[in-house]
Design a protein. Structure first.
Length: 162
């Protein structure tokens, strides 16, 4: 086992995350496990997600794993969309990594184009020195009742052979 990871502490952390988990934004298991702090700036219409560093979230080089970074950025955009538009699901996510993160970090999500059915957003990840460490752009499909939706393979879907 990696000596930088306290196995008993990690198990206690998982149990605590499970005990505090509720079905909802910001309270689902992954948000609790990652110890995310989620805040909003209604004037700027943005969402910030703070991700504390933990050794069990690191890659073998000791920096935060790219998948963990991408997850936090995805969550920031999902919360932004839900707060200001509607519940939505990720249909595309592109992440660029600029520097390793060895410590706490913060990402900020903003709308690029709110759109009707498709919402385009970005999230920027910063290290504790305020340097940008990653940039993500994403497209999200709105799931609210006010926008028309077509299920995959259903009528009107371009892949429908009829």
């Amino acid at each position: 086992m990696d000596p930088s990871i306290d196995g008993d502490g990690l198990l206690a952390h998982v149990k605590a995350a499970l005990d505090r988990t509720e079905p909802g934004f910001g309270t689902f298991f992954l948000a609790r496990f990652l110890d995310l702090t989620i805040t909003y700036d209604d004037g700027e219409r943005c969402c910030a997600v703070e991700l504390p560093y933990a050794p069990y979230l690191a890659n073998p080089q000791g920096s935060l794993h790219g998948g963990v970074i991408a997850t936090a950025m995805d969550i920031s955009m999902g919360h932004l969309c839900r707060r200001y538009l509607s519940v939505a699901t990720t249909v595309d996510l592109q992440v660029r990594f600029f520097r390793p993160i060895i410590g706490d970090c913060r990402c900020e999500a903003r709308f690029l184009r709110p759109g009707g059915r498709l919402v385009h957003m970005e999230s920027r990840m910063y290290d504790t020195a305020g340097r940008q460490a990653a940039h993500a752009t994403g497209a999200w499909h709105r799931l609210d009742q006010s926008t028309p939706t077509t299920s995959i393979g259903g009528a009107g879907d371009r892949s429908d052979p009829q």
